[in-house]
Design a protein around this ligand. Structure first.
Ligand SMILES: [Fe+2]
Length: 221
């Protein structure tokens, strides 16, 4: 008997119907965008991206309900991931608006453990899927002479890309090391999402590094 074992699985967590007041959030995106129309350019190929919001600010602005939902889901995911006796912190959070022809290039998020996105307003069709990539160094399995079409590419043992089509009020999270991109939008509608990074701190950190005691306050929610 030959048994196939799928080792080292990669989690992609998806939460449907998060239940946020999207109208309120969309109005806030408008406010931020009007104040900073140039935004910044990081992975976005076109479109508008806000600068970062840090945790302390989000507690006191219209993002605070989203902040709570992110942490709620992030604690679920981190528990599943195996963290114990830890505190999570949203390192940064930013808004994205992609229009027709805009995309986000392949990248990952160094410096955090989990990353995610909340879909605030997504056109009905074709506004750009989230693509998640197998590590580029491991994509070589089917790269042998003559493979081409003579290869079953539908096995989860060899697939290189997994796509998720965004849905309003959905939130997804994944490990920050996972390479991802957003496909070019073919829609005339605006695709508005909010992305974020999360870091985990051991609750024993200050016992292990007593010199860092003064930063304990930062970790309390
Ligand atoms: Fe990203």
């Amino acid at each position: 008997m030959i048994e196939t074992n799928l080792i080292f699985p990669t989690p992609l967590w998806i939460q449907d119907d998060v239940g946020l007041d999207r109208d309120k959030l969309l109005k806030f995106v408008d406010v931020v965008r009007n104040e900073d129309p140039d935004g910044r350019v990081v992975s976005n190929n076109g479109g508008w991206q806000s600068h970062d919001f840090v945790d302390e600010v989000m507690k006191n602005n219209p993002l605070h309900e989203l902040r709570s939902k992110i942490l709620e889901m992030a604690y679920y995911c981190a528990d599943k991931f195996g963290f114990q006796n830890y505190t999570l912190r949203i390192v940064n959070l930013w808004m994205n608006v992609n229009n027709h022809g805009h995309s986000n290039l392949i990248h990952n998020h160094p410096g955090s453990v989990m990353s995610g996105v909340y879909y605030l307003s997504v056109p009905d069709c074709c506004s750009g899927a989230l693509n998640l990539y197998r590590d580029l160094n491991i994509q070589m399995m089917k790269e042998f002479w003559g493979a081409g079409n003579n290869f079953n590419k539908n096995s989860n043992l060899n697939e290189d890309v997994v796509t998720f089509s965004p849905v309003n009020d959905y939130m997804v999270m994944f490990p920050s090391w996972l390479l991802h991109s957003v496909s070019k939008s073919n829609s005339d509608g605006e695709r508005i999402s909010i992305s974020f990074n999360i870091q985990a701190f051991s609750n024993y950190y200050h016992e292990i590094y007593p010199g860092k005691q003064s930063s304990r306050k930062i970790l309390s929610f």
